[in-house]
Design a protein around this ligand. Structure first.
Ligand SMILES: [Zn+2]
Length: 186
C-alpha cells in the first residue's frame, strides 16, 4: 500500500510573484505570506501580476511563531541570518509549517539565502530566473587587516580594528540539484 499522497504546495516569495514568469502550478496549491503581499505596491505591473496569481487561487497565510524561531536558529548556523529579511524568514517558516502538516512544500525563489536554508531544512525549492545554487555555502566575515574569521556579521574587527569583508566559506556540491525541475516537468 502506498502512503497517503501528499499535496504539493508551492510557496512563492516576492521575486517569484514579480518575475511574471508563468509557473506551472496545476499540480498543487500556491501559497504566500502576508509579508510578501505587503511588498507589492498597489497599481502598476507588479500588482497586476499579483492579481493574476490571486485569480489562480493564491492563498495568503502567516507562518507559526515556532517555525519562525526554527528558521532563525538555522539561519544563524548557516550564516544567512543577516541576508534574510523578515519576509524571507516567513517564506521559509511557512514552508516548514506545510511540511509539518504532512504536505510537500516547494519554495519558488531566486534568493540564494532562502535556497540555502531550504536545503538545510530539506525543503525543495525551484529558482525562477537564476540557476539554483549547486553548492551549499556558508557566509563568514574576514578581517581585511589581520585575516581573522568571524561567524557573526561584524563590520569592524575586534582584534585590530580594521574593516571586515564577507566571504563564502565551506562549499559542498549539492546532489540531485535538478531533481525539483525534473519533477515539475513530469
Ligand atoms: Zn583584524
Amino acid at each position: 500500500m502506498s502512503p497517503k499522497k501528499k499535496t504539493k504546495i508551492y510557496i512563492l516569495d516576492t521575486s517569484a510573484i514579480l518575475s511574471g514568469k508563468s509557473i506551472n502550478l496545476d499540480d498543487g496549491e500556491i501559497l504566500t505570506t502576508t509579508g510578501v503581499t505587503k511588498e507589492i505596491s498597489p497599481g502598476g505591473k507588479d500588482y497586476f501580476l499579483y492579481q493574476v496569481l490571486l485569480e489562480k487561487k493564491l492563498i495568503i497565510q502567516s507562518p507559526t511563531k515556532d517555525s519562525i524561531k526554527k528558521v532563525d536558529g538555522v539561519s544563524l548556523q548557516t550564516g544567512d541570518s543577516s541576508r534574510l529579511s523578515y519576509v524571507d524568514k516567513e517564506i521559509l517558516a511557512l514552508a516548514l509549517d506545510v511540511k509539518n502538516e504532512g504536505n510537500k512544500p516547494v519554495i519558488i525563489t531566486d534568493d540564494y539565502s532562502i535556497q540555502n536554508i531550504a536545503y538545510t531544512l530539506k525543503i525543495e525549492y525551484i529558482g525562477i530566473n537564476q540557476q539554483e545554487i549547486t553548492r551549499k555555502f556558508k557566509w563568514i566575515y574576514q578581517c581585511r587587516g589581520c585575516g581573522k574569521k568571524f561567524k557573526q556579521n561584524i563590520s569592524t574587527c575586534p582584534v585590530c580594528g580594521d574593516k571586515t569583508k564577507c566571504i563564502i566559506f565551506k562549499m559542498r556540491t549539492l546532489k540531485n540539484k535538478n531533481d525539483s525541475k525534473k519533477k515539475l516537468k513530469q
